[in-house]
Design a protein around this ligand. Structure first.
Ligand code: F55
Length: 820
């Protein structure tokens, strides 16, 4: 064995060449010897695989170097635990970050292959639902970019987020199969396997005299096997690892049963194990609450922690240094059971005392909250936890006892506060509150925008905040400018380089140099031309996929995100109907031609969200076919929204719709992508919109509607939507036409329930904000009608959005939370 040599003395492969000719011959080599095909019979997918293998080689050298460096320097390691990583495609990102775009393109074209064509065949890794999962993907790229030794831990779902198809305007979910052609990015690590248990009982050893020890005897066990994907930072500075766990049976087949003729029964256990990591839960706000989901959460938490502790012990004598050398960031509460699992591993497996283990646990963990919606806060029934994770339930009780004693005795908290900070929700069926567990077990709890963080302190975590006033802090979200500017918008990137040089490529905040070009008519014209070409590209995509023709000279007004009542696609649709009515009643006015684009998936069990999709399609059919509209308004619902579609739609937007009910969108990140790419935002004072206004300037964003305080007040005091509706002729007409079936002649009452919700409670303030929104839209029209003013504003948006780079966010996590 030679692995006991010094790193410097190890035999190494020759460095990979970046010469296009050599890379071309390597691609042929991979095609022949790895895929087993010659050039004549190779399919486009084979070219893609061969190219990825050649790109991957160039990353591996840097990958190993990064791993060695972290070890040699005794650097602190950051672990990002997330049940979701919404990555999208990897190849373009990787090629561009290692700076080989031209070379690979040339290598391929010398072989008669078009890089763009094969890049388009790469499936999206859609291992996430929406913003939370996409944030994890941006963070992975930024952590590599700012040179932080980091690992992402998650689940290697066989099926990512479902594909969305339209059947007569209704969403239909189809299984997604991203691994169908194999996954050339990943490395299976059979040696990194861990056992994860479920069920069974807890045995107590020792007692009065000896220190008491607990041993969990699980009834079921599965193997967690690691798959590693390299994540390259900008300019290839550092390559980190995304480690995704796959569940494997301990016995692939029960031979005794098989031999006894029970061929199905022999596979039952094996199938059960594998089903653990088969599919991503498709809900992005309401936790599924099924046992399988809790199993997924514990499975990946336990495997990750075992891996983390093993790596630590390889390098350090014991766990006293854990908080100094390891930071574990919990992406929402989905991995919160890790707190109890860490305590179990430290106490039961490694023999630490409870108090000592608790200090280490708290010093190591930090938790990010992504939502305040009460229905989104995870909690698990006590009986379920007791049955599936009996030892963890004991640990939860022990943590709770310590916390409540401290709160009552030292902090003199009253019953009401004690009830709210308790890990156990006693109202009704007893449940364990995962948010409280994550909070109490962490030294840092952060929100994802300034407003959201303030609301965390005032609402769900008010009592925990008064108990631990130093813990809550803000880390406003960001997006990676590599994917969300340089790759998705090469036209704009070139123009920016021409205008302000290359500094912004390494530091997005250098985009401020563009500010002065807002007043330069020549520049604005070029900026507008880039936008036009991006709109043509989207128009072509829509023509090709849906057979709908849209005019690229119209304003492209885009709302793309998960479908949710709080995100208020319905407000946008109602306003669309009102505008449609206006255009027909006032044909003599100068209406600004618009195309309203929508895209997004609804959770399969979210009835109203699915109805909203159907409404969008019903409205589109009527408006797009009405000659009285004279093409001034078009509505397009683009199916199967995913990262790759976003990469086409974001650069093509003139207007970005960020219109959630104030106080309900924790941050939003799509808002940032659009503004960076030169769209004007119409939005509420919600989430990160508030900080976007501060950065781009109030004159460069169109803000409307109630504030979070006003929403809270209206809800508390009860507002009267009926009176509001009666007071607005446009709104009443739009609502009654939808409710009466103008857009659904085949089922006139289809939308009656949806509209009743506005009349009867208007929880999401659709009626309350309607007039303000409609007026804001006419203000947008006025700006559009003066192109100089429009493009001056949109240029300033691009110039001033650099702060929203996820590099800045990650640096703040690193200095203020991880101290890495
Ligand atoms: C997924 C699963 C469950 Cl069980 C609950 C929530 C989710 C989820 O996808 N949440 C989510 O995407 N939250 C979003 O996080 C973004 C990143 O912080 C925010 O920008 C956005 O406001 C928030 O809704």
């Amino acid at each position: 064995m030679i692995n006991n040599l010094n790193a410097a003395d190890l035999p190494r492969p020759a460095p990979r060449s970046s010469n296009p000719e050599i890379m071309a011959s390597e691609i042929i080599e991979r095609l022949t010897y790895r895929i087993g095909k010659d050039v004549k019979v190779a399919k486009p997918h084979d070219w893609l695989t061969a190219t990825i293998l050649v790109v991957r080689d160039r990353i591996i050298d840097k990958w190993m170097e990064s791993t060695r460096k972290a070890y040699a320097n005794n650097s602190k390691r950051v672990y990002y635990l997330s049940l979701e990583f919404l990555i999208g495609r990897l190849m373009r990102d990787a090629i561009s970050n290692i700076g080989l775009m031209h070379e690979i393109r040339d290598a391929l074209s010398s072989l008669g292959v078009d890089l763009d064509v094969i890049a388009g065949l790469e499936p999206d890794a859609a291992l996430g639902n929406g913003g939370l999962g996409r944030l994890a993907a941006c963070f992975m790229e930024s952590m590599a970019t700012v040179d932080i030794p980091a690992y992402g831990y998650g689940i290697r779902y066989v099926h990512g987020l479902f594909r969305q198809q339209m059947a007569d305007g209704w969403q239909v979910e189809l299984p997604e199969t991203w691994l169908a052609h194999g996954n050339p990015w990943e490395f299976e690590r059979r040696e990194s396997s861990y056992e994860v248990g479920f069920g069974g009982s807890v045995e107590t050893i020792g007692g009065y005299e000896d220190p008491q020890r607990f041993v969990w005897k699980p009834a079921e066990r599965v193997i967690a096997m690691a798959y590693d994907t390299p994540v390259v930072g900008w300019r290839g500075t550092r390559v980190n690892t995304l480690r995704l766990w796959s569940a494997q049976p301990i016995d692939p087949i029960l031979l005794a049963a098989f031999n006894a003729g029970d061929h199905i029964g022999a596979l039952r256990e094996s199938n059960k194990a594998e089903s653990l990591t088969r599919v991503l839960y498709p809900a992005d706000a309401t936790p599924a609450g099924q046992e399988l989901r809790l199993r997924q959460e514990f499975f990946f938490s336990s495997a990750s922690l075992q891996d983390i502790l093993r790596r630590h012990l390889q390098q350090y004598p014991d766990f006293t240094s854990l908080p100094e050398k390891v930071s574990i960031q919990l992406n929402d509460t989905h991995p919160a059971i890790s707190i109890a699992e860490m305590m179990r591993l430290l106490c039961d497996v490694h023999g630490l005392e409870f108090e000592e283990a608790w200090k280490i646990t708290q010093g190591t963990f930090s938790y990010t909250n992504h939502t305040l919606l009460p229905e989104a806060l995870e909690s698990w029934p006590v009986p379920l936890l007791e049955r599936l994770l009996p030892r963890h339930m004991q640990i939860v009780y022990a943590i709770n006892a310590n916390t409540l004693v401290y709160a009552r005795k030292e902090k003199k908290m009253a019953d009401q506060q004690i009830r709210s900070i308790s890990l156990i929700d006693e109202g009704g069926e007893r449940r364990v509150r995962m948010g409280n567990l994550a909070f109490i077990g962490s030294h840092s709890i952060n929100g994802v925008s300034a407003l959201h963080t303030d609301l965390m302190k005032e609402t769900v975590f008010a009592d925990l905040h008064s108990l631990y006033p130093d813990r809550i802090n803000n880390k406003t979200n960001g997006i990676t400018p590599r994917r969300w500017l340089m790759q998705c918008n090469p036209g704009l990137t070139s123009l920016l380089r021409e205008a302000i040089g290359d500094d912004f490529l390494d530091d997005a905040e250098k985009l401020t140099a563009l500010d002065r070009f807002a007043d330069d008519a020549g520049f604005r014209e070029k900026f507008a031309e880039v936008k036009r070409l991006n709109k043509v590209r989207l128009a072509n995509t829509v023509a090709q996929r849906m057979g709908i023709r849209v005019d690229p000279s119209a304003m492209f007004d885009i709302q793309i995100k998960r479908i949710h009542e709080y995100k208020r696609q319905l407000l946008n649709l109602v306003e669309t109907v009102a505008l449609y009515d206006q255009i027909r009643s006032h044909p003599e006015l100068d209406w600004v031609p618009r195309v309203k684009f929508f895209a997004g998936k609804a959770a399969p069990s979210y009835h109203n969200a699915k109805l909203i999709i159907k409404l969008a399609n019903d409205i589109a059919r009527v408006i797009n076919n009405d000659p009285a509209v004279r093409g001034l308004l078009k509505v397009v619902f683009v199916p199967n929204y995913n990262v790759s579609l976003a990469e086409i739609m974001v650069p093509a937007a003139d207007l970005s719709e960020q219109i959630s009910t104030a106080g309900m969108e924790a941050s939003g990140t799509g808002n940032m992508k659009f503004a960076l790419n030169g769209a004007l935002t119409i939005g509420t004072l919600d989430g990160a919109n508030v900080e976007m206004r501060d950065h781009v300037g109030a004159e460069n964003i169109v803000i409307f509607g109630m504030t979070a305080d006003e929403v809270a007040k209206a809800r508390a005091e009860g507002h009267n939507p009926r009176a509001i509706i009666e007071g607005s002729a446009e709104l009443s007409q739009a609502l009654s036409s939808i409710a009466s079936g103008v857009f659904s002649p085949d089922d006139r009452s289809r939308f009656a329930g949806l509209i009743d919700g506005i009349y009867n409670s208007d929880w999401f303030m659709v009626a309350a904000d309607f007039d303000a929104y409609a007026n804001a839209q006419r203000e947008v029209d006025a700006i559009w009608s003066d192109p100089d003013s429009w493009y001056a504003k949109t240029v300033r948006n691009t110039a001033r959005m650099g702060w929203f780079s996820s590099d800045r966010t990650i640096r703040q996590y690193a200095t203020e939370i991880w101290r890495a």
